[in-house]
Design a protein around this ligand. Structure first.
Ligand code: ZN
Length: 287
């Protein structure tokens, strides 16, 4: 995707004026400029913040490349296809909020382009290492380093859809940047997600009542249209178990004891349990 396609929906993170693509950078008329990296991504983060490390995103890519989460990606593709209108004026604009190394977004664009023709994918993540890896592989998508917890560098009603997979949520901003009626797909871990692995290695627990909590968070600006669950078993070998642990926040919290146990696991079968919440941006929102 070329930058002239995406620039019209971007705003300056400093002054909120529109950004234009000129002289190899995104620039606003007040003179704030953001260089395009050689991989094609742009860093719009106002101050440097820690995100997933290079080790984490490399582990995640290696894990995804083995196809273990392909059923989740297929579910996203199918559900977004089902909940988008049959025709869209102008290009279909999908954002992956918390896109990591770009796997889900690239597969969504691929899956939807036959039906919608022009599909513009925008991936946002706070980790520059993740975005760099994403931009290197997926030239058809555009990637931005930005903080999902702050005001997003996007114009109001800029997007026709959004996905958010195991990533932070910002209800007010998602409501602002989505067009009225636009679908928002959120994937969160179900209560059985990786339960055998979590018990064996004393990994982080899944927040109790997470699903209800997310539904309530979004209730004022989004309608819940559907809820899908996806559960299956993964049979993993030694290196893959390590990748799976490393690609999650457990990377930051592992005890020495659990590292030793992890090193001893030669093969392991664990459950994956995903919940997909299909929301729709309300047509009108009373302030
Ligand atoms: Zn500016």
């Amino acid at each position: 995707m070329v930058l002239t396609d995406v620039a019209p929906i971007l705003v300056c993170p400093v002054c909120r004026m529109p950004l234009n693509f000129e002289q190899a950078a995104l620039r606003c008329e007040r003179g704030h400029a953001f260089d395009v990296a050689k991989e094609g991504y742009v860093n719009l983060l106002r101050k440097k913040l820690p995100g997933d490390t290079k080790d984490m995103v490399v582990a995640r890519r290696a894990f995804f490349d083995q196809g273990y989460y392909e059923p989740v990606s297929d579910l996203l593709n199918r559900l977004l296809g089902m909940h988008l209108p049959a025709t869209i004026e102008g290009p279909l604009r999908i954002m992956d909020a918390g896109c990591g190394e770009g796997y889900y977004l690239a597969r969504l664009q691929q899956a939807l382009k036959d039906k919608y023709g022009q599909v513009h994918g925008v991936g946002i993540d706070i980790s520059k290492d993740a975005i760099r890896l994403a931009a290197r592989r997926y030239a058809e998508s555009f990637f931005l380093v930005a903080n999902l917890k702050e005001e997003l560098p996007l114009a109001d009603a800029a997007l026709s859809s959004m996905v958010n997979v195991f990533a932070p949520r910002n209800v007010a901003e998602y409501a602002r940047v989505l067009q009225p009626g636009a679908p928002l797909l959120i994937i969160i871990p179900g209560s059985h997600h990786l339960e055998e692995l979590r018990h064996s290695l004393h990994l982080l627990n899944i927040e109790e009542n997470k699903q209800q909590h997310v539904i309530e968070q979004f209730a004022s600006t989004f309608d819940l249209l559907a809820l899908h669950t996806l559960t299956y078993k993964l049979e993993l070998q030694q290196g893959e178990i390590e990748q799976l642990v490393m690609m999650t926040p457990n990377y930051w919290h592992q005890s020495t004891e659990s590292q030793v146990r992890l090193a001893e696991l030669v093969e392991f079968t664990t459950t994956v349990d995903f919940v997909c919440l299909v929301f729709q941006r309300k047509l009108s929102v009373s302030e």
